[in-house]
Design a binder for this molecule. Structure first.
Ligand code: SF4
Length: 284
């Protein structure tokens, strides 16, 4: 597809050079443009789209990191655990990011009581908070319409629960199954068809649940493909994922292992050299 500029089309503000620069920097390093903050190098989290007025920049002091978004060290920004810990989980934080009074988000409060809010600072920096139609914003900002159910609509729209022969393992087709290893995600997508799981507390330990899935796969010779999914499987402890992939790979009739994750999009820092080395050990 030709580049919009080469094709002579006018660039929208969304495709301004500024935005491209921010995206390119992030693509290289997940970094917005660094600025100097006293003697310490820090980086402002730009909420992409429009240049921000000086007073409107979100600035953070060391001690406020848990509560606000703003200037963070480069090391923190590139650390997936920092990103995960500092996700926007409340309307107060979201209002700060949008530079809007929190009262204007009041209609969203019942929504996040049922379906929690979670946005990584990285993902937040990609969207245009001023554009209500921004597709990234629509994916992760709560919307009161999430609570309207029409007749016949179900919390489990794909009927997954009734195909689980062991908890968390969807076995709908004879030759493949899908393992829900966690209900947690870095960013909660508002369109998710498994949002019923976001608040679910699973009984028993993770290891026991995963072992029950491996046992089911091992005693079902028709299964040749296992999709490791969630939630986001890259959020469970790496050693646990390593063990789970190894246990599935050891089953003779399993030919294909697939991992379903949105981390490369919502939390790309999660793709560490250590994770890649571990995944490499489990390739066919
Ligand atoms: S990443 Fe997938 S499972 Fe997680 S909220 Fe988004 S659509 Fe749902």
């Amino acid at each position: 597809m030709p580049c919009p500029n080469k094709a002579g089309r006018k660039r929208s503000p969304r495709h301004s050079n500024k935005r491209y620069k921010i995206c390119r920097d992030k693509a290289n390093n997940f970094l917005p443009a660094p600025v100097t903050n006293g003697t310490k190098q820090s980086t402002h989290i730009p909420l992409a789209g429009k240049p921000r007025p000086a007073g409107g920049e979100l600035h953070i002091r060391q001690r406020d990191r848990q509560e606000n978004l703003g200037a963070v060290s480069v090391t923190d920004w590139c650390d997936w655990k920092w990103q995960f810990r500092n996700r926007v989980r409340s309307l107060e934080k979201l209002a700060l990011a949008l530079e809007r009074p929190v009262a204007s988000l009041a209609p969203c409060r019942p929504v996040i009581r049922s379906y929690p809010l979670a946005i990584t600072p990285y993902y937040l920096s990609l969207l245009d908070p001023a554009d209500e139609k921004d597709p990234l914003r629509r994916q992760c900002f709560p919307d009161p319409r999430e609570l309207s159910f029409s007749l016949g609509e179900m919390t489990d729209p794909l009927g997954e629960e009734r195909t689980m022969l062991v908890p968390g393992l969807i076995h709908r087709y004879p030759d493949r199954c899908l393992a829900i290893v966690t209900g947690d995600c870095a960013v909660y997508c508002r369109h998710c068809n498994r949002k019923r799981m976001w608040r679910e507390k699973k009984p028993g330990g993770v290891r026991e649940r995963l072992q029950a899935m491996v046992d089911h796969v091992a005693r079902t010779p028709s299964i040749r493909e296992v999709i490791v999914s969630g939630g986001d499987p890259l959020l469970i402890p790496e050693r646990m994922l390593d063990w789970f992939l190894g246990a599935l790979q050891a089953v003779p009739h399993v030919e294909v292992l697939r991992i379903g994750s949105r981390a490369p999009v919502t939390l790309p820092m999660r793709i560490t050299p250590e994770l890649c080395a571990m995944l490499k050990r489990h390739r066919p």
